[in-house]
Design a protein around this ligand. Structure first.
Ligand SMILES: Nc1nc2c(ncn2[C@@H]2O[C@H](COP(=O)(O)OP(=O)(O)O)[C@@H](O)[C@H]2O)c(=O)[nH]1
Ligand SMILES: [Mg+2]
Length: 421
């Protein structure tokens, strides 16, 4: 990604420079009026600062037929911003028409120098330096975007984009995640002023869905897994979720299921799981210490699936996380689900999930989706901790209130494309 800043007298000058430096796929990220004190006061005071960006491999521009749409779109967008009537859009070039003159010939010669002078001939740099440069530029771009979106300049952002951004923040996506998405969205469109709110929302919905599927699409208990553990903080719904999944595996998949609980911290916790086990007619083994695990496992030697409930403890405390790890080392699960409630405060979820990175957790399982209308934490955690989704627990009823996650539905809820019932 190349990001460049230009300070020009008139917008068409900037457009011509951008096209020459960054190519026709460059996007204008921002334009604003700036006061510039010139040498000996010779320059006029009001200039326009233009920030533009493009993918590095797309530069420099090759003259192509499409190029001729770039200037009118950007220039018109700007003219509308500063209250001048936009020029008529250029008619599409007829198929056999002679090649039109390059754009820079049709605009006045630039009377100013860009604040960042691009190199005339790009010199190939070593790979490591390239990487650092790209990182630096991406960081610059982020910082610029954040200040852009939060400053008075916000007023210049088209309403469509501002509204989509507001909705994402309302869904509890982190500000950082939102700004990254908006930035990606803008990079993917031809002109920020041309796009409708619905179109922009559609683009971001797709990005969110792709991101949620990136670390492998949501999956349920694998047919190959025999030992599956459920871990997570107190009261998030681990035991209830295990009861729902045990019922599904027994009733719909015809599996021979056994339960183990290591949650002997609360007496009621064992009784709660025993009640579900009795209803389903499946056995429950209780483990009071990590040494009990081997005995419990051997009791289930000829079972298809063993679901393991663990103690809900305060996992802000790393000591509790380590204790849990001792159990998991004995259990050696094929899959471990980190169960988290969507009703937990976003900052607590971040911290708890962070502490659980010390434990091998394979997938996220979110509960209590019925008690909140903001699912942003799902996106924040999946993208931050790079683990896939699995099930969504949607209520207290056993066994029915659980479903496989649909990333498309989640993405549409987050952008406000559909509403929570
Ligand atoms: N609204 C709602 N409540 C749930 C859900 N899952 C569990 N619960 C309730 O949350 C409480 C704690 O559940 P429990 O399974 O004991 O949590 P654990 O401590 O993590 O094992 C119980 O009252 C459950 O009925 C859910 O998806 N939605
Ligand atoms: Mg429990």
């Amino acid at each position: 990604m190349l990001v460049k800043r230009y300070v020009v007298k008139e917008m068409p000058e900037a457009v011509a420079m951008i096209r020459e430096d960054l190519g026709i796929d460059a996007v204008i990220l921002s334009t604003k009026k700036v006061q510039k004190r010139g040498f000996l006061g010779l320059f006029p005071k009001t200039h326009i600062e233009v920030i533009a960006a493009a993918n590095e491999q797309e530069t420099p521009a090759e003259p192509k037929a499409q190029q001729y749409h770039a200037r009118p779109a950007a220039a018109n967008a700007y003219q509308r911003q500063i209250g001048q009537p936009a020029a008529e859009p250029a008619p599409p070039a007829p198929e056999q028409a002679p090649a039109p003159a390059p754009v820079q010939n049709s605009v006045p010669t630039p009377a100013v120098t860009p604040a960042v002078t691009p190199p005339a001939t790009p010199v190939p740099a070593p790979a490591a330096e390239d990487g650092e440069k790209v990182l630096r530029e991406v960081q610059e771009l982020r910082t610029m975007f954040r200040s852009l979106l939060n400053s008075s300049y916000n007023q210049l952002m088209p309403e469509a984009i501002v509204n989509v951004r507001k909705q994402l923040l309302k869904s509890d996506l982190s500000e950082e995640a939102v700004d990254e998405l908006i930035e990606r969205g803008i990079r993917n469109i031809d002109g920020v002023h041309e796009i409708s709110e619905q179109e922009f929302r559609g683009i971001l919905t797709n990005f969110i869905r792709e991101d949620l599927d990136r670390y492998s699409p949501p999956s349920q208990i694998s047919l190959k897994s025999k030992v599956v553990a459920f871990i997570g903080p107190t009261g998030v719904g681990k035991t209830t979720t295990i009861a729902k999944l045990a019922a599904e595996q027994v009733l719909s998949r015809g599996k021979k299921v056994g339960l183990i609980t290591t949650d002997t911290y609360r007496i009621a916790a064992v009784e709660q799981l025993r009640t579900y086990a009795n209803i389903l007619g499946i056995p429950l083994e209780v483990c009071y210490a990590p040494e009990d695990i081997k005995r419990a496992m051997s009791a289930y030697a000829d079972y298809d699936l063993i679901l393991i409930d663990t103690a809900g403890r305060n996992y802000h405390n790393l000591l509790n996380v380590r204790q849990l790890n001792t159990y998991l080392e004995e259990i050696q699960p094929d899959e471990t689900y980190l169960v988290l409630s969507l009703t937990t405060k976003a900052s607590d979820l971040e911290e708890i999930a962070g502490n659980f990175t010390q434990v091998r957790a394979d997938k996220f399982l979110f509960t209590k989706s019925d008690e909140t209308k903001t699912y942003g934490a799902v996106y924040n955690l999946v993208t931050r901790y790079k683990k896939p989704l699995s099930y969504l627990a949607t209520g207290q009823n056993v066994p029915e209130d659980i479903e496989a996650v649909s990333t498309e539905r989640l993405a549409r809820l987050l952008t406000g494309d559909i509403s929570y019932e």
